[in-house]
Design a protein around this ligand. Structure first.
Ligand SMILES: [Zn+2]
Ligand SMILES: [Zn+2]
Length: 87
């Protein structure tokens, strides 16, 4: 994990995640650091709801469900969005 300190910016006294599409904001820089290390940008982020299969590409999870869980609903769980279900 490379440090990208120059891309960190402070928004109203808080530390915002520099990753595009990520709106996480932290009061402490160390929280942002651990967010970047353990959550953000960590691949994969999309999970199969029926097994432990995870993938960074949403479409691949759908493909996996169609093949491996043929009789089930096809939807994807986004681990980064608090396990939000994406249909
Ligand atoms: Zn982030
Ligand atoms: Zn699966």
């Amino acid at each position: 994990m490379s440090h990208r300190c120059s891309t960190w910016f402070v928004k109203s006294g808080k530390f915002a995640c520099p990753t595009p599409n990520c709106r996480s904001v932290f009061a402490w820089k160390r929280n942002l650091t651990s967010h970047l290390r353990y959550q953000c940008g960590r691949e994969p982020r999309f999970k199969c709801p029926y097994c432990d299969y995870v993938c960074k590409v949403k479409a691949d999870v759908r493909k996996h469900i169609r093949v491996k869980h043929r009789n089930n609903d096809v939807y994807v769980i986004d681990i980064f969005q608090s396990w939000q279900i994406i249909r």
